[in-house]
Design a protein around this ligand. Structure first.
Ligand code: 13P
Length: 253
């Protein structure tokens, strides 16, 4: 079965102490994941080593960075390289979150460079795509997200593509409490998979987990994840509350 993933994105929230307490509470819930199920915590950079050691003994629990730089190394004050992440044992990195595309002017070409570096250093990119509200209202969301995939991922080989994770996050659903309906999520996830299949073949496309993000909550996770092409979620607000994120992990297929 394709990997099913509950990924927390803490964004710029929580102190170190609060983050550690939250992780402890989640791990204390005694969740036992099946081999195809994974829980990932995308935490602020200063918390990565702590998170990695907290989850070290837990089966299929992982730490992730929320971003990395698109250059290998050098005079980029304040930035964090993929090699640095690798050197502290981090194996996942969120790439191209809509907040970074918007506030940090990240382009599809820059994200392609980040994906390449991640793959070079053995880090799994969690590649984000998703349309803003005006595009959804105009009904052109399929073309919009297909372009995001084409410009950042279509240079990869099929062997590389089968190792990545995609997160579809409609911008109008992020932090708004307005979730895509299960039908909307399934429809666009199926479309994204068909775009991948067109380029890389159906067999490869079938292996790539496509997560849904945008107001995933304890109360709607099971319904969203039940759709055949929704392979879990990338969760912001609800990942900051232990009981809620535990329920979301438990909602994985
Ligand atoms: P919310 O779950 O708070 O809507 O955030 C979604 C998100 O942006 C996860 O990356």
């Amino acid at each position: 079965m394709r990997k099913q993933i509950a990924a927390a994105n803490w964004k710029m929230n929580l102190t170190y102490q609060d983050g550690e307490k939250l992780l402890d509470e989640i791990l204390d819930a005694g969740i036992s994941l099946a081999p195809h199920q994974h829980a990932i915590f995308a935490v602020p950079f200063p918390y990565l080593i702590m998170t990695r050691s907290e989850v070290a003994e837990e089966y299929n629990f992982h730490a992730a960075a929320q971003n990395c730089h698109h250059k290998t190394a050098g005079a980029y004050t304040g930035e964090v390289s993929v090699e640095m992440l690798q050197s502290i044992g981090v194996h996942y990195c969120v790439i191209g979150h809509s907040e970074r595309r918007e506030y940090n002017a990240e382009t599809n070409a820059m994200l392609a460079a980040k994906v390449n570096l991640c793959l070079e250093y053995g880090i799994t990119p969690i590649f984000c795509c998703g349309e803003p509200l005006d595009i959804r209202e105009a009904g052109t969301q399929n073309d919009f997200v297909a372009t995001q995939l084409k410009e950042s991922l279509f240079h990869l080989t099929a062997e590389q593509l089968r190792t990545i994770i995609i997160a579809y996050e409609p911008i109008w659903a992020i932090g708004t409490g307005k979730t895509a309906s299960t039908e909307q999520a399934q429809e666009i996830h199926q479309y994204l998979r068909s775009v991948l299949a067109g380029k890389f073949g159906a067999e490869v496309a079938d292996e790539v987990p496509i997560l849904y993000g945008g107001s995933v909550k304890a109360g709607n996770a099971a319904e969203l994840f039940a759709s055949p092409d929704v392979d879990g979620g990338l969760v912001g607000g609800a990942s900051l509350v232990a009981a809620d994120f535990v329920s979301i992990i438990r909602a994985l297929k």
